[in-house]
Design a protein around this ligand. Structure first.
Ligand code: SF4
Ligand code: SF4
Length: 265
């Protein structure tokens, strides 16, 4: 079942731009699996939000949480490097990816239900507390539990294909072997205290090494939403994700491997 789900996700993402005529193209998704019994799920109420849900809050028979990371293309991230406001292409990608996550989740729900497994799908975004700006189902934290990536200083999930992309997840009663997590940080700052390029790139004094002001960050996202209102609801920014070492790679692993190679030779 695991390999069939991965293939279903990859095939869907590959054909979606042609079938739906989207402006956005996505790379090969990274897919991870977590056991609904993973003890980390109970800890999310202390690290993500006090009211963070447990998989069994959505589905009493939950056995597995499936997570997918949809990488953005380098050509898309290049559009968001210059200027104070996010690019229109970045906003369009956000809107199109939200819709794609919805359609992909429905596709997988139908597939799993046809095999007798209950499946609950969760919206890609805006499932949060409007005042505190925290989510009761943080797809990024869920992705961490499933071993899909690690958090960077920029608060994004850094996967083996970087942090430029979007995360979705769903819960199923199908029992599927969970993936392992490893302990090596993916962010260079967390690995050896270096980099901090994301803080330099922040356009609204929201991101610092020791402080993240989510309200200042969202203020910027709302400014972009207003600027790009003709394309739909795109409350995004993403300046701290682009033109940084973790945009499209796991830079700490690369650095670690380079050091190991140097020591061997
Ligand atoms: S830009 Fe550097 S410090 Fe910031 S999240 Fe990426 S690797 Fe970490
Ligand atoms: S998304 Fe924008 S405002 Fe928020 S931390 Fe990143 S650069 Fe700063």
């Amino acid at each position: 079942m695991k390999s069939r789900i991965i293939k279903k996700i990859q095939d869907f993402v590959k054909s979606y731009p042609t079938e739906q005529l989207t402006n956005t193209n996505w790379g090969v998704p990274i897919v991870g699996f977590a056991s609904a019994k993973d003890p980390l799920f109970t800890q999310l109420s202390s690290v993500a939000s006090p009211t963070h849900a447990h998989p069994i809050d959505f589905l009493a028979e939950a056995k597995t949480v499936v997570v997918f990371f949809l990488p953005f293309s380098k050509s898309l991230t290049r559009t968001n490097i210059k200027n104070h406001n996010s690019s229109e292409e970045w906003g369009v990608a956000y809107i199109e990816t939200n819709e794609m996550i919805k359609q992909l989740s429905i596709h997988l729900q139908r597939f799993l239900q046809s095999h007798g497994h209950q499946t609950i799908i969760i919206p890609a975004t805006h499932n949060w507390d409007e005042e505190k700006l925290i989510s009761d189902w943080s797809h990024r934290h869920i992705a961490y539990v499933a071993g899909v990536g690690k958090f960077g200083l920029n608060n994004m999930l850094i996967t083996d294909q970087g942090c430029c992309g979007r995360v979705g997840s769903f819960i199923t009663s199908a029992e599927i072997k969970p993936d392992n997590r490893n302990d090596t940080p993916a962010c260079l700052y967390k690995y050896d205290g270096s980099c901090m390029k994301c803080t330099d790139r922040c356009v609204n004094e929201a991101l610092f090494a020791k402080v993240f002001d989510r309200f200042k960050c969202y203020e910027m996202c709302l400014e972009n939403k207003k600027k790009h209102r003709s394309i739909g609801y795109a409350d995004v920014c993403g300046k701290c994700l682009v033109a940084v070492p973790c945009s499209h790679a796991n830079p700490a692993i690369k650095k670690k491997q380079a050091l190991e190679n140097k020591n061997i030779h």
